[in-house]
Unconditional design. Structure first.
Length: 388
């Protein structure tokens, strides 16, 4: 038997902070607890039928059984352009400004490999999607965490970043509507971000995975709607959350053609693109009538209202989400996020996510995901009365 040794980049991965909670979840399930799992960032609603039907048809075509093109079928990239034009009034060139992705996580995971040399800094919002710091580390870069604080409406305070860090930074990740805080971006912030990126020559990677999950008619904007955005960066997008297609693995990156080219270079050397039948179904997805998305949003809005009303009555502190399917809730004083999640699990049979799992600045919060039915969420608000 050889001695199998993990590479340093694996050994040095940040600790997996959900291990304790995972164990408790397994124990609860083994005991037969009727668990209400509000920890999952994955829609429980199925993919709309017309999209599944399109895959069925496309899967039968032999020409789709061969390797796809690396950058995505031109027809898929064109559908992305049409969607951006219709939704955001942003014009894109399908040949140079669009790249298909095997889910946006794939693109986010790979992009530092294209632009980060050893010792370069990547600015990473925290709490945030764990892939941002990990992809940075895998590329030999140094993540610099910018805390997302409530007093700044969970926007990164770019002015707080030390001058030497700004000078060493090559790339910044941003994500609005935001997971896990559910905050939305605003015009002032995006304009400041573009100016900042220009001044310090930093590539902006905006993760817009939740742009279509919004409430009360507050439609989030695309980063690319702002003047000069295309000069400094790209936007990652995904069909996962918008069309309940997390299992399908399809997304895209759009924007600055040099950044798209760099990411494409990495991808041509590592993967062979998205199954064409899925791209064809993706085209159908992107042409989904608004009425269908309105229905999905109404489902989440109903759940949000039930959970937020329940939490409010119980005295929890949080901001009502304008977008995303998360509610970011302050932890009671006597607990940290992990012990509070443990208490809720033990006493109520409800699972949520400790904020610390999204980075140290997430401590003091827990995240509820609206990925269970209204009835179950209602039941959760009833059970939560036990811990007050
Ligand atoms: C869910 C999610 C994504 C999307 O991931 P896919 O790989 O496209 O399924 C990207 N960013 C954030 C912050 C997410 O929560």
């Amino acid at each position: 038997m050889i001695e199998v040794r993990l590479a340093d980049r694996v050994k040095n991965l940040p600790p997996y902070l959900f291990a304790t909670i995972d164990k408790m979840k397994q124990e609860a399930l083994a005991k037969g607890v009727d668990l209400i799992d509000l920890s999952i960032g994955d829609p429980d609603i199925p993919t709309p039928q017309h999209i599944v039907g399109a895959l069925n048809k496309s899967a039968l075509k032999p020409e789709n059984h061969r390797y796809p093109s690396y950058e995505g079928m031109l027809s898929y990239r064109q559908a992305v352009c049409d969607w951006y034009k219709k939704r955001f009034n942003v014009f894109l060139d399908p040949k140079t400004e669009v790249l298909s992705l095997i889910g946006s996580k794939e693109g986010i995971g790979h992009i530092p490999l294209a632009f980060i040399n050893s010792g370069d800094v990547v600015l990473v919002p925290s709490p945030g999607y764990p892939v941002y710091p990990v992809s940075t580390l895998f590329a030999g870069g140094e993540p610099y965490l910018i805390p997302l604080l409530e007093q700044n409406n969970f926007l990164p305070d770019l002015k707080s970043i030390p001058e030497d860090i700004k000078k060493r930074a090559k790339l910044i990740f941003v994500n609005y509507p935001n997971n896990p805080t559910s905050a939305n971006g605003n015009d002032d912030f995006f304009k400041e971000l573009i100016e900042f990126a220009h001044r310090y020559n930093i590539i902006v990677c905006h993760d817009a995975a939740y742009s279509e999950i919004y409430y009360d008619g507050n439609r989030p904007k695309s980063f690319l709607q702002y003047e000069g955005a295309k000069d400094v960066g790209i936007e990652f997008h995904s069909l996962s959350k918008t069309y309940n297609m997390t299992g399908w693995r399809i997304g895209f990156a759009v924007g600055n053609k040099d950044v798209i080219f760099g990411l494409g270079k990495i991808k041509t050397n590592l993967d062979s693109g998205v199954f064409q039948a899925i791209q064809e179904a993706g085209i159908v997805a992107l042409n989904t009538p608004d009425s269908e998305l309105v229905k999905i949003r109404e489902i989440y809005q109903d759940r949000r209202d039930i959970l937020c009303e329940g939490l409010k009555k119980l005295g929890f502190q949080f901001t009502i989400p304008e977008a995303t399917f998360y509610v970011w809730v302050k932890v009671s004083k006597d607990y940290d996020s992990t012990s509070f999640v443990a208490k809720i699990l033990e006493q109520c049979g409800i699972l949520c996510t400790p904020g610390i799992g999204f980075g140290a600045p997430g401590e003091g919060y827990i995240r509820f995901a609206l990925t269970q039915s209204s009835e179950r969420i209602k039941e959760a608000t009833e059970r939560l009365k036990k811990i007050i």
